[in-house]
Design a protein around this ligand. Sequence first.
Ligand SMILES: [Zn+2]
Length: 276
Amino acid sequence: MPELPEVETVRRGLIPVMEGKLIRRADVNRPDLRWPFPENMAERLTGKVIERLRRRSKYILADLSSGETLLIHLGMSGRMLISTGPHPEIQKHDHVVFHMQDDARVVFNDVRRFGAMDMAPTAMMADHKLLASIGPEPLGNAFDEDYLVNRLAGKKSPIKNALLDQHIVAGLGNIYVCEVLLRAGVSPLCKAGDLTVVQRRSLVPIIRDVLGEAIESGGSSLKDYRQADGELGYFQHSFRAYGREGEPCVTDGCNGKIQRIVQAGRSTFYCAQCQR
Ligand SMILES: [Zn+2]
């Protein structure tokens, strides 16, 4: 499932063909994805300019000249396919097609249909049911050391689960939380409230670094995608913890091995030797 860095990479990849551009026509090829599409979605998109393409957590938000915002969630398998002509034939899972100005085309393709789109007035977007209770952006100013120290104080859940809690911080998923905890030298099993203030503070710059590096590496893969017709959605990153069960820990001076456990139904990869 795409996490925050992948969604941010998709957004950046879409900017050249979508931001500031007119949607000449939109085709909506089925009634729903995970949920029904909003009423008259094709008409509400057609003829509008996308004034700004932004991101909140794992949602892409397109602010339209009509005063509405289109919300896009990629779900498990959603991809954005960019072509600048000649355009490939529309395929079975191409559910929404944006015919943009300059003959560019953006197709939302989603085999498993866990993705979602919705539309609402831009002024109301912060209160949208999918966005209203989400915590601060990990790369934004509201997410700082004091915030996290206070937010984790007294928490009895494991730090792994606390960092996955979208009310505490937006957009962090399983893969990047494992990376963050390995770099921090903090056991995923440790109760969040038992971390020292120094440990809790240290998580903030590490979270920013891990996400920032992933966004940068997504950006470099974007350059390759642009040479051909672009497909945005998934990128191959290398992880230090995630998916490395049984492999040596790469932390300096540690000779432990990465192990896999299950927490709250999800895989956690960590090194019991250097993560305490
Ligand atoms: Zn280690």
